[in-house]
Design a protein around this ligand. Structure first.
Ligand SMILES: [Zn+2]
Length: 224
């Protein structure tokens, strides 16, 4: 993966992820991001160590110094970037539009069980059997395709798995996590020469803004 991940989950999300208190659908997006992001892999480990050491301090105040010394010794060890052999062996792929995409380990079990692809123009979605409270799906966008301008009635998390999404705010490559709320409006599109696969987690349908609202209504249902 040569793309440097630029858009990471916020610190609060990361802490709740490590604590195990995040809603499962949000945790899925964060776990998949971490698979693609060496920076957050290290951060996760640091948060875990911090939480472990503060737990240790609470339980045994007398030992606090020793634990602190132990943990700082452990974290001071250079972390070797291990080649992720398990990911190779367990590689799960998703096929759409004549393309084959390898999905990160955190997604592999669900991606194996994705629903039927529903295709509309250059866009296709396949529901994943997650989604306790949210709508979780794979989202494929063909090259040179634009998704009409929309706002969000709830939370929209989009994790780019392959390719690039561009919108008014920037460009997002593999591993980048976009979080949009009801305050955000955007018109995402792919590049002319590259298609894109994403993991999409929605808490409510999208709302399309511009013209032809009735024509876009099916699209709204389609995305959710
Ligand atoms: Zn990250």
């Amino acid at each position: 993966m040569t793309h440097a991940v630029k858009y990471h989950p916020g610190m609060m999300l990361m802490e709740q992820y490590v604590e195990g208190t995040l809603a499962p659908d949000v945790a899925l997006a964060v776990a998949t991001h971490i698979d693609l992001c060496p920076h957050c892999q290290r951060l996760c480990q640091d948060i875990h160590n911090d939480q472990a050491s503060s737990l240790a301090a609470d339980d045994a105040p007398v030992m606090a110094d020793d634990f602190a010394a132990l943990f700082s010794a452990i974290t001071a060890e250079p972390q070797l970037e291990k080649p992720r052999k398990t990911q190779q062996r367990d590689a799960v792929t998703v096929n759409i539009n004549g393309r084959e995409f390898r999905v990160p380990r955190a997604l592999s079990r669900l991606a194996n069980q994705h629903g039927k692809w529903l295709q509309l123009g250059g866009v296709a979605t396949a529901k994943l059997p997650a989604g306790d409270k949210m709508h979780v799906s794979l989202l494929y966008i063909d090259k040179g395709t634009e998704i009409p301008n929309h706002t969000h009635l709830g939370l929209e998390m989009t994790l780019v798995l392959s390719g690039t999404i561009c919108d008014e705010n920037g460009e997002y490559g593999a591993g980048d996590l976009l979080i949009n709320t009801p305050a955000d409006t955007h018109t995402p599109h792919t590049r002319a020469d590259e298609d894109c696969l994403c993991l999409s987690v929605l808490s409510a349908p999208l709302k399309f803004n511009k013209g032809l609202t009735r024509l876009l209504n099916p699209l709204q249902q389609f995305f959710y």
